[in-house]
Design a protein around this ligand. Structure first.
Ligand code: HEM
Length: 402
């Protein structure tokens, strides 16, 4: 993690995503990665992220109504799908200023359906050796579907990019009050030679945000709801803090969440216990000694973030859910590589502040309005895809607080 070692390509690893997300920040390496990371970093500066709180709150308004309607008369509802739509809605607004009523339209929106299906297809290809050679995959119905969907999502982003470029050239905007979004920054970023990103690079980065920022954030949100329902005393503590900070206010801003210290510990403990990205992979650039064994150059290496988050040498009672372990100065005293939900080092997650602010707003808004209970008859089983998910979902009822 401390090095710039390239992401694992070849059959296992990140290659199957490349036709969709391109040679973008997530998968590229070397000087291209260094340049593009520099160009993209301003998009995640806190002054830009501060402008997104209205979007997070608007997204929360719709999500809360869904939870309220679904839980009428004490019914239990599945939370992963609704969480995934909420965070995709916010990503599409913050990245592209695209407002498509995503949470209500759901999979009837072809882009939403395509993004969901692309993740499923990449996952399925990983599990089927027959589909590893691209020429063979292209002949299979799932391969044809995959490449058609890639064409569709590329066209979707290209149309928006093209329209925005015309606006920039003509210095007009249909809506003068539009919040600055990631696309504005990608279109205007320039390197030290005055060169910007090409249209294809911009499209690849947008597709990457959708891939890297969607299921990850949905995983954390849905496991947070689960943990609140499972640990009632912790739920009360989070609720009391949120109430103390926001009082009767409904909308939550950046100052509010920086005062919610316990909420912050809670979200960290969710990301430790239900590690959203359980594994990442690198290719060793040089022979490397691990536990006395020399691994050769070029070897594919899996880094088990989930295992690290549960290692008994690092964590006391690793399988216990205890947000208090992150309180006060405790995290400062930890080894910086012990808690790595966003990876660590130079290739850490560029979207981590964005994701954490959004998670906190959504969780605080949910807990401020509802008391959360789990369905006692539904067994929740964590399982690993690209992200940590629950087999058969998470069933919850949301009861309005009086
Ligand atoms: C809770 C939510 C998230 C989690 C847990 C998460 C986790 C991670 C992890 C573990 C990595 C390292 C991947 C690797 O080494 O292969 C990563 C990289 C990355 N993430 Fe996130 N991520 C989250 C949200 C986001 C969001 C919202 C965005 C964009 C809007 C994003 C964009 C990226 C990008 C572009 C990279 C590659 C960075 C680089 O290599 O320079 N992520 N993320």
């Amino acid at each position: 993690m401390k090095s710039n070692a390239p992401k694992a390509k070849g059959n296992i690893g990140y290659s199957f995503m490349i036709p969709w997300i391109g040679d973008s920040l997530l998968v590229t390496h070397g000087s291209k990665w260094e340049r593009n990371r520099r160009l993209l970093t301003p998009a995640f500066h806190f002054s830009v992220l501060n402008g997104y709180f209205k979007i997070y709150n608007d997204v929360a308004d719709t999500l809360l109504e869904k939870f309220s309607n679904g839980s009428k008369s004490g019914q239990y509802i599945e939370v992963y799908q609704a969480s995934a739509l909420a965070v995709l809605d916010s990503l599409m607004q913050c990245s592209l200023s695209y407002k498509g009523n995503i949470q209500s339209v759901g999979e009837s929106h072809p882009y939403v359906k395509a993004v969901k299906r692309l993740v499923e297809l990449v996952m399925a290809r990983n599990l089927n050796l027959l589909f590893y050679p691209e020429w063979l995959y292209r002949l299979a119905p799932s391969g044809k579907e995959f490449f058609n969907l890639c064409d569709y999502v590329h066209q979707f982003a290209e149309d928006i990019i093209e329209k925005r470029k015309t606006e920039l050239i003509n210095k007009v905007s249909n809506n003068k009050k539009r919040q600055m979004d990631f696309l504005d920054i990608l279109l205007t970023a320039k390197d030290e030679n005055g060169q910007g990103l090409t249209d294809e690079e911009i499209r690849s980065e947008v597709d990457t945000f959708m891939f890297a920022g969607h299921e990850t954030t949905a995983s954390v949100l849905s496991w947070s709801i689960y943990a609140l329902g499972k640990y009632k005393l912790i739920q009360d503590k989070v609720y009391r803090e949120v109430k103390r900070v926001i009082g009767d206010k409904q909308h939550i801003d950046g100052d509010d969440i920086s005062e919610m210290k316990y909420l912050s510990c809670f979200v960290k403990e969710v990301m430790r216990q239900y590690t959203p990205v359980p594994l990442i992979a690198r290719t060793l650039e040089k022979p490397t000694v691990v536990n006395g064994v020399e691994l050769p150059e070029g070897i594919l290496t899996i880094l088990g973030i989930h295992s690290g988050h549960h290692h008994p040498d690092v964590w006391e009672d690793p399988w216990e859910f205890k947000p208090e372990r992150f309180e006060g100065s405790k995290q400062r005293d930890m080894d910086p590589y012990s808690f790595t939900p966003f990876s660590a080092g130079p290739r850490n997650c560029i979207g981590q502040s964005f994701a954490q602010s959004e998670e906190k707003v959504l969780i605080a808004r949910i807990i401020n309005r509802f008391e959360i209970s789990l369905d006692p008859n539904h067994k929740v089983e964590p399982f690993i895809e690209f992200v940590m998910r629950a087999k058969n979902g998470i069933m919850v009822s949301f009861n309005e607080r009086s």
